[in-house]
Design a protein around this ligand. Structure first.
Ligand SMILES: *Cc1c(COP(=O)(O)O)cnc(C)c1O
Length: 496
């Protein structure tokens, strides 16, 4: 195989670990419902909400945790969410209808993102809080509310283009939100429409892993809230968006080692680690490493609720240096969060069946073809490098073990999808597996509930879109139903 295997093992918490330890169930499900198959575990979502809540508790803050709906299409997860005290952030008419139908009441819903008139009308009609991008959108909403005599609508103002007061300017460009330079005319407009618009507070969402950038944005929001109060407005909340992240890998050492070796492979000082010498953004220019590694930082010990904790503990540099949480508390501002990926951590996995395992003449990595398209797994699309778990059809040791690898030794493989398309690679990375997979085995991609299983799924080439199953534990055994059959009443003794 050449060198030591470079594993990138997924981080598995109790539920996913238990599911993967139930090969009989996983094979029965894929035999019946086809490959690929998505499994979601709704009870995990409730636990994740609890983790965010406990950070609120630590900092004595009130406010709401809103799941960013765009990260999942699952009905089971939304309905399970409705059985907690959390809310949902919707970004389309369809998502709003789905959330209302799942039992989330309007006081637990915010509407963000690009809005068409129907979306805006249903949001205002049902008294959902609307996060407004621009002054134009505010005018549009005010006109709509007057024309259709709708209730006075609660709004958040989404801001962007934050800067520190010092020399260093930190202003990530965003398509969304009103730039800090436009805040005054925006607040003038809010005042002009005070009869139909109720300003709840301000919001941001930054797609970055940087804590300092987010802290700068939060400070910017606190300053705008002060400005609102000095105008006699009564804002009471700040919404810090999502982007808390997920720790995908079990072992930071494996990640360090992999990225180091990838760099060496790009420089040609070790054998390639990808199909066709792909460099994930890195390239070799005459022996010098250029470019930037375009990958998700798959090992992130400070992710999810812990990331929120760090943000809240971060000093408000431009506002006296006390922790941001202390300033929120002092003004009794509610803190709203909109985690997508982080709330869906450990909430599901994608099962794919191995169709073909082919040896290469030159003894290179095995070519493994799966009954799934790259878009069904989409970890690669998100730059997340993480090994699948082999779920053998036969019990350990019983496999035939032909060709290279005896079925008990590690192998290097390239994973291909089922489309008739050169580029349908599940991942461009050479994947190392602890044993040679056989046709009929399953490869389970863990932790795909956030974005990966739904966001890119297509029906290209008339191939089926994956079905989705909700699973839960009852008296030590796994129970399941189709995603759209799941309600919090389904699991007997389940969702409390
Ligand atoms: C996408 C999005 C989120 C969620 O982002 P994650 O990275 O999944 O946490 C939250 N808020 C808004 C406005 C978004 O667009």
């Amino acid at each position: 195989m050449g060198g030591q295997p470079l594993y990138l093992e997924p981080r598995l918490e109790t539920r996913l670990r238990a599911l993967l330890a139930s090969p009989g169930l996983l094979h029965t499900l894929t035999d019946a419902l086809g490959s690929p198959l998505n499994l979601v575990v709704p009870d995990q979502l409730a636990d994740n909400v609890q983790r965010f809540r406990s950070v609120y508790g630590t900092h004595h803050l009130a406010g709401q945790v809103f799941l960013a709906h765009k990260a999942t299409r699952s009905s089971a997860l939304l309905r399970r969410l409705a059985a907690t005290d959390a809310g949902v952030d919707v970004a389309s008419l369809g998502e709003l209808q789905h959330a209302l139908g799942a039992g989330l009441t309007p006081d637990r819903i915010t509407a963000t993102g690009p809005k068409n008139p129907e979306f805006l009308w249903l949001a205002a009609r049902t008294a959902v809080t609307v996060s407004l991008d621009t002054r134009g959108e505010l005018e549009q909403l005010a006109t709509l509310v007057r024309k259709h005599t709708l209730p006075r609508t609660r709004v958040l103002l989404r801001l962007s283009g934050f800067e520190t007061s010092g020399v260093r300017v930190l202003s990530r460009r965003s398509r969304f939100g009103t730039g800090m330079g436009e805040v005054d005319p925006l607040l003038d407009t809010v005042e002009r429409h005070a009869d139909v618009i109720d300003l709840v507070g301000v919001a941001y969402h930054l797609d970055t892993t940087s804590l300092t950038e987010k802290a700068t944005a939060l400070e910017g929001c606190l300053r705008v809230l002060e400005e609102c109060r000095s105008r006699g407005l009564r804002p009471r909340a700040v919404d810090v968006g999502g982007g808390f992240g997920v720790d995908y890998l079990a072992d930071g050492g494996q990640w360090e080692r992999y990225t180091t070796e990838l760099t060496e492979a790009v420089l040609g000082t070790r054998p390639p680690l990808t199909y066709g010498g792909h460099g994930y953004g890195l390239r070799n220019e005459g022996g010098t490493l250029r470019g930037r590694l375009g990958l998700y930082p798959a090992h992130r010990p400070v992710a999810g609720a812990r990331y929120l904790d760090e943000l809240l503990s971060h000093p408000a540099v431009s506002l006296g240096g006390r922790p941001l949480a202390a300033l929120l508390l002092e003004h009794l501002y509610d803190l709203h969060t909109e985690p997508g990926r982080a709330l869906l951590d450990q909430c599901g996995l994608t099962l794919t069946r191995v169709l073909e395992v082919r040896d290469q003449d030159a003894g290179g990595p095995l070519l493994v073809r799966l009954a799934a398209k790259a878009d069904d797994v989409a970890l690669e699309e998100h730059g997340v490098l993480m090994d699948p778990v082999v779920v053998p059809r036969e019990p350990a040791g019983a496999g035939p073990g032909t060709g290279t690898g005896t079925g008990t030794e590690p192998v290097a493989v390239h994973l291909f999808g089922s489309l008739c398309l050169e580029s349908d690679l599940i991942t461009r990375r050479t994947v190392f597996l602890p044993r040679r997979p056989e046709p009929g085995d399953l490869l389970a991609f863990a932790n795909t509930a956030g974005y990966c299983m739904d966001f890119h799924a297509t029906r290209a080439q008339h191939q089926p879109a994956a079905r989705k199953v909700a699973a839960w534990q009852e008296g030590g055994a796994w129970r399941w139903c189709l995603d759209d059959q799941y309600w919090p009443t389904t699991p007997v003794g389940g969702a409390q």
